[in-house]
Ligand binder design. Structure first.
Ligand SMILES: Cc1ncc(COP(=O)(O)O)c(C=O)c1O
Length: 390
């Protein structure tokens, strides 16, 4: 399918057909998995001029191109790099666009390893790191300094699911000459297209919904025209390329991502709404619920919700949180999300410096998998009963 059709067709058609052209490889519907370091040149002149499409495995292969082109079709981006993890999809663009003496603004509710990278490596490289409130919106203008080069956003927030006013932040950043990056893993480009809302660089842990089966680590970073060259050159400089089998697995995952996400969305909303009426639950932090304080913003900008949200227990502390988690039989206790199976984790908010809202009790993050909803509710009932008895 030609990429210039991508604006007119439905999302599942796009997911089924974007990336590779089967007729580039004998008509096989899937692209070859190219295991590559060396690429041969026909003669010394073409080697000197590097005048062929592929020159060395680190710089791209037909397999990485197939995934990158599929992601470009979803994101509306000028180019996409594929890196070995979601965390690398955060660190590579930050390294690509920040230099010693620059200032970066990072949302305080960011994924913890992003903060850890900023607080250790970026600070060691003499980058000034500052955190801001996820609800800041246009108010970010007051924090922007002459040396602010990047505003890093993640929406909804990790663990607490505040929604950021991305268009307002992007406008303020651009007015001051800074670029905007967004970790958009929660929504995927199916439910939010960052570049359409003013973001310059869209980041995904493809480990989650694109891979979908808890067996691959991968990240993608997609840039608009203005940022693409610098992103790609930095990616090549860092040598941060990915293995072809993992790249292929994510392209394979993309083909079914639309139907899986739809199921995750429906099950998560059903369970989240049901949880609001359960004894022992003070609040459900899911932006697609009308009770969520940022529901209006979510509704304005997003066109869907995925399968991960948090609950706040009605009082108690770690004993109740652990009792809930230990009583679960279907939900596994494990990090990550976006796979076929349900997971639960205790939420720790001790790293926050600005977004320090108080909650009624301990928080638990739930990733709703593809199991039957009634079974998941039964499991959660076991958790709530155990927490009440603790
Ligand atoms: C929002 C967000 N971004 C990035 C990542 C990192 O992804 P990976 O596990 O592939 O490094 C995660 C992982 O949980 C995440 O939740």
């Amino acid at each position: 399918m030609a990429n210039d059709d991508s604006g007119k067709i439905g999302i599942n058609t796009l997911l089924a057909h974007s990336g590779n052209n089967p007729h580039d490889y004998f008509g096989f519907v899937n692209p070859p998995v190219v295991h590559a370091s060396t690429v041969l040149f026909r003669n010394a002149a073409s080697m000197a001029a590097r005048s062929q499409k592929y020159t060395y495995g680190t710089r791209g292969t037909p397999t990485t191109d197939a995934l990158a082109q599929a992601i470009d079709a979803l994101e509306g981006s000028a180019g996409t790099i594929v890196v070995p993890s979601g965390l690398a999809a955060v660190t590579v663009p930050l390294l690509a666009f920040l230099s010693a003496g620059d200032h970066v603004l990072i949302v305080d509710s960011v994924y913890h390893p992003t903060r850890n990278f900023a607080d250790t490596m970026l600070k060691r490289l003499a980058v000034e790191v500052e955190y801001y409130d996820p609800h800041i919106g246009a108010g970010i203008a007051a924090l922007i300094k002459p040396n602010t080069k990047v505003v890093f956003t993640e929406s909804p927030a990790s663990n607490t699911f505040e929604v950021q006013d991305i268009p307002a932040i992007a406008k303020a950043a651009h007015d001051a000459g800074a670029i905007v990056m967004m970790d958009n893993t929660w929504a995927t480009p199916l439910y939010f297209r960052p570049l359409d809302h003013g973001v310059d660089i869209s980041i995904h842990a493809a480990t989650k919904y694109p891979a979908g089966h808890s067996d691959v680590l991968l990240g993608t970073v997609s840039a608009n025209e203005g940022c693409w060259k610098q992103l790609y050159e930095s990616f090549c400089t860092l040598g941060c390329c990915s293995g072809p089998d993992d790249v292929y697995q994510v392209l394979r995952g993309l083909r079914t991502m639309g139907v899986r996400l739809d199921h995750h969305q429906r099950s998560a909303l059903d369970i989240a709404g049901w949880l609001e009426g359960q004894e022992g639950v003070a609040r459900v932090l899911h932006p697609a619920l009308p009770s969520h304080p940022d529901h209006g913003l979510w509704k304005r900008d997003f066109c869907g919700s995925s399968g991960i949200f948090s609950i706040v227990l009605a009082g108690g502390g770690q004993a109740q949180q652990h009792a809930f988690l230990d009583a679960l039989r279907i939900f596994g206790l494990g990090y990550s999300w976006g796979g076929y199976e349900s997971l639960a984790v205790p939420v720790w908010l001790g790293d926050r410096v600005v977004a320090t809202a108080r909650y009624e009790g301990p928080l638990i993050r739930l990733q709703i998998g593809l199991e039957d909803v009634e079974d998941l509710k039964t499991d959660i009932r076991r958790g709530l009963a155990a927490a009440a008895a603790a």
